[in-house]
Structure formats: C-alpha cells, structure tokens
Design a protein around this ligand. Structure first.
Ligand code: ATP
Ligand code: MG
Length: 370
C-alpha cells in the first residue's frame, strides 16, 4: 500500500516510521518548498503542477496538516480515497464551523461570538467580559493569529495585529488544566480512545503532555470519550481525531478546538501506549483492526523547541526515548520530543525535571496534580 500524505513535516515523518513495519510506502506532497520529513518519497509542489503525478503513485491519501484548500481535497477525493474526508477538513480548519458542530452535538465550549470588524470585536469583548481571546477563524496554529484582550479599549489594536476579516472571540477560561482526548475510528465505524493527556503550553505552544493523568476521575474520561465519539460519528470520520479541552475547577470539560490528524499531545503514545496514534491512524485508514490504546506506564512527552540539548545526556536518562525531527534550530520551532516513562507519577515528575534541565529553552514543568 502506497500512502500519500499531504504535508511533509514531523507528523508525516512519524507516520512513515510507524508504517514501515506494516510494509507501507509513503509519498509526501509538500507545497511549502521546505519539507522536513526526510523520509519516503517527497514531491515538492510549490507551483501546484505535480498533483496528478502524486495521485498516480498512491493508493489512498491522508494528511498531516488541515490548512489545505477544501476544493483541493475534494478534487483528490474524486480520484483516490481520502481519510479523514474533505468534510472533516472543512469543519476542523474553521473555528466557526467547529464551534457550530460542538453546539449542535451538545459539547460545551467557552462562550463565544463571531466578529467581522474592530467595532464588533470591542462590543463582543464588552458583552463577554474581559479577558477574552480573539482568534482568526482560519489558519491559526501554535497560538498564531490570536490576541488576548484585557480591556475592550484594546480591541482596535488586537484587530489590527491579527489582520483577518473574521475572528472568533472567546471568554478566557480560568481552567485548572488543559487536557486532550485522542480517538481513532476505523472504516467499519469501530472506535478506540486513548487515555486523556494533561497538556502544558507556553505562549500557545505545547511543552509537556502527561498521560495517563494520576487523578482523573473515570467519569471525566467517559464524558470526553462521549464528546469525541459524537464528533467521529457525526463526521463519519476515519483515522485519528484530537479534541483539546479545558478542565474547569468544578471538573467540567469545555471544548477548545479539534485537529483532524495525529497530534502533538499524542506523541507520548509512541513509547507509552500499546499502539501509537501513528500506527492506529494507519490501521484505520487501511481498514485494518485497531490496536490497543492502553498506556503501558505513566508517560510524559517533553517537546524540544528552538534549541536542542545534548543527545548523549538525554539518552543517558532511564527509560528516555528521543525522537528527533532532523530539523535546523530556530526560535519557536518544534525540533524533537522526548518520551519519558516511569513506574509512578512521582518518579516520572523527577525524570521530567532532570530532562528539562538538559534542554536550553525548556520552561519549568508544572502539572495540576503535583
Ligand atoms: N478561551 C480560552 N481561554 C483560555 N486560554 C485559551 C483560550 N483559547 C486559547 N487559550 C490558550 O491558547 C492556547 C492556544 O489556543 P488554540 O488551541 O485555540 O490555538 P492554536 O493556535 O490552534 O493551537 P494549536 O493548533 O497549536 O493547538 C491554548 O492551548 C490555551 O493555552
Ligand atoms: Mg490548540
């Protein structure tokens, strides 16, 4: 089976690493001119002239990046199966569509408004009560295209800085922690759920994910499973889907956003779960049985951002697994991640601190359950 992947970054790279044992081959289509996958057959298509040649080579198509023109994905669907479908991309790439689907399925979200001018943004900030977060409805990632407004008077500046014709404005959630749920749905509709992860962000970029969480009430996991199952079924989804949530002081979950793909907060599963998110995505899109999603041990994923530490120091840590993306250093760039495993969460946190001290730009790890 030759799998075509739209996008050629580290997520595609890790998909290929998971797919080689299944005798999959990979062809990546890169439209940026800067592919970093460094694996498989990479076709650079900055002039958008190589789509036909790409489709000629592949049996089915998936993607590692959802900010693609929907029309392009629809055109591909005419020729080859695409999983997840263009409908999943259409909804997940647009925060307004995404929130409308959450509303329709009864999945709670922060209070929000859609605005199309600086004046409307200011009115929404007054209406919702500051602080609020304004986000472009499309194209955002890693906290880009966002501004926190602490006073309605800052709305005009925020509008100018985001430079987008349509924004979603959300009440700023005073969350206890950020969590995510990852699930996978097969072609036959079978669904498997990963244990939820607690995620620590800095400046909108994920830094640490811990799964499973030591203090998560089973009922909260079941609520999250129910939300993501509703989304998977509504979209007749095939593959891995991620839902990011805020957990509030009373234990409630509010949906933030979803991603129609393997996700950074699921990288822990490469070493920490029986079957990784990458392998399960490939199983799902090929119509193969899904693998066990259970965690083997408490696991923490440490993102390496901007500058890399000394590999030999990291690899000397017990049960540490370094996954480098073979990219050059640049501020804010995801370069690698390290999965740390330990028999208990207490030992895990010690290992995370030791590991963070080896990374030049790592923030202090802080978890809600410490
Ligand atoms: N309504 C909110 N209340 C509180 N914090 C928020 C809110 N919205 C976003 N944030 C913070 O900003 C981070 C980035 O926001 P969001 O996930 O919407 O954007 P993103 O750029 O799509 O991120 P990514 O694609 O990298 O996950 C969140 O993980 C959270 O820390
Ligand atoms: Mg996010």
């Amino acid at each position: 089976m030759n799998i075509g992947v739209l996008g050629a970054g580290q997520l595609g790279r890790m998909l290929a690493l998971a797919g080689y044992p299944l005798a999959n081959r990979f062809t990546f289509l890169d439209t940026t001119g800067h592919p970093s996958a460094g694996i498989g057959d990479v076709m650079i298509d900055t002039d958008r002239k190589h789509l036909e040649a790409f489709l000629e080579k592949v049996d089915l198509v998936t993607y590692e990046f959802e900010h693609l023109p929907v029309s392009l994905v629809q055109a591909i669907e005419e020729v080859r199966p695409v999983y997840p479908s263009s409908e999943a991309i259409r909804v997940c790439q647009n925060r307004a569509e995404e929130k409308a689907l959450f509303d329709r399925l009864g999945i709670p979200t922060p209070a929000y408004r859609l605005v199309e001018s600086a004046e409307q943004l200011e009115a929404a900030a007054r209406d919702l009560g500051c602080p609020v977060v304004a986000k472009s409805v499309t194209e955002g990632y890693d906290g880009k295209g966002q501004a926190v407004i602490r006073d309605p008077g800052q709305a005009a500046d925020a509008w100018r800085s985001i430079k987008h014709p349509r924004l979603i404005v959300e009440a700023f959630v005073d969350f206890v922690r950020e969590v995510s749920i990852i699930a996978v749905r097969g072609r036959d509709g079978q669904v498997a759920f990963y244990p939820m992860a607690e995620n620590q962000h800095l400046d909108g970029i994920l830094r640490y994910s811990v799964a499973p969480m030591p203090d998560l009430d089973e009922s909260v996991q079941q609520v999250a499973d129910g939300y993501i199952r509703a989304l998977l079924d509504a979209l007749d989804y095939v593959g891995v889907l991620t839902l990011e949530l805020f957990q509030t002081r009373v234990g409630a979950l509010l949906a933030n956003e979803m991603a129609p793909r393997v996700h950074n907060s699921g990288h822990w599963s490469i070493d920490g779960a029986v079957t990784s998110q990458f392998e399960n995505h490939l199983r799902a899109i090929q119509g193969l049985p899904l693998g066990d999603t259970a965690a083997r041990m408490p696991t923490c994923m440490v993102n390496v951002i901007g500058r890399e530490g000394e590999a030999s120091d990291i690899l000397a840590l017990p049960d540490a697994h370094l996954h480098r993306y073979d990219k050059s250093e640049r501020p804010g760039r995801k370069l690698a991640h390290i999965n740390l495993l330990a028999p208990t969460h207490a030992e895990l946190l010690e290992r995370v601190r030791t590991c963070a001290a080896l990374l030049p730009d790592a923030p202090e790890p802080r978890f809600s359950f410490e």
